[in-house]
Design a protein around this ligand. Structure first.
Ligand code: FMN
Length: 208
């Protein structure tokens, strides 16, 4: 009898581990991370024409599919001040995770950058652009590449920050540096651990 119970427990543990590995995003979604695309109106997310603290000229520009990066970008913006804009695909991604993964894979394979909707800002107003995004297929989403290619980043300091399901941020730094070759690229922050945000902002004198 004990042996049977032992085997049942082992089977449940293995089954649980296999389920977790194959449905990691689903499980993470259940424990609080967002896994549904619910676009938010620009009127509630964008804020332009602000003077940042200490006269700094800062723009926070981000893309978020499920809301994790939006929360992070908004929290960074509350701390550093300046302007904040959300990058939006003209054609929204599906609401569901699996459908989005499929669409994104096709976009990456086709190599065409999706059209974006983003508030018109004058890049001359900024010295520092904090660029936020979720890691998608190990890199920044194509809408972020599209944004960077559509603005003049010459001489600007770009500080990339991201959230992910566990992947590192490094590959996105390579693709971002190609999309903004004349920018000064600072250290990129993978902010899955929120405790890393303030030391990173302090390093660039964006907060005291
Ligand atoms: C299309 C797609 C691709 C993803 N690719 C990766 C990946 O390669 N590595 C990873 O760690 N997480 C990946 N994720 C998970 C997201 O990076 C993670 O959930 C992020 O926090 C989502 O941020 P958001 O809520 O701002 O969209 C992917 C999610 C989606 C929707």
């Amino acid at each position: 009898m004990k042996k049977i119970i032992f085997y049942i427990i082992v089977a449940l543990l293995i089954g649980g581990a296999v389920f977790y590995m194959t449905n990691k995003s689903f499980v993470l979604g259940r424990v609080g991370m967002s896994f549904t695309n619910k676009p938010v109106d620009a009127a509630t997310t964008d804020s332009i024409g602000n003077v940042a603290k200490d006269g700094k000229r800062i723009l926070v520009a981000y893309y978020s599919w499920g809301g994790n990066t939006r929360k992070l970008a908004q929290s960074i913006h509350r701390q550093v001040g300046g302007d904040i804009i959300e990058i939006r695909p003209v054609k929204p991604y599906p609401e569901g995770y699996k459908a989005t993964v499929k669409v994104v894979r096709q976009e990456l394979d086709s190599g065409t950058l999706p059209e974006i909707n983003v508030a018109k800002v004058n890049m001359k107003d900024y010295d520092t652009i904090l660029v936020g995004y979720p890691i998608w297929y190990q890199r920044e989403p194509l809408v972020v590449e599209k944004f960077l290619r559509s603005i003049d980043t010459t001489g600007k300091t770009i500080l990339p920050f991201a959230t992910s399901g566990g992947s590192p941020i490094e590959s996105s730094v390579t693709t971002i540096s190609k999309a903004a070759p004349k920018a000064k690229l600072g250290d990129a922050l993978l902010a899955n651990d929120k405790g890393l945000v303030n030391p990173w902002l302090k390093k660039y004198n964006l907060i005291k």
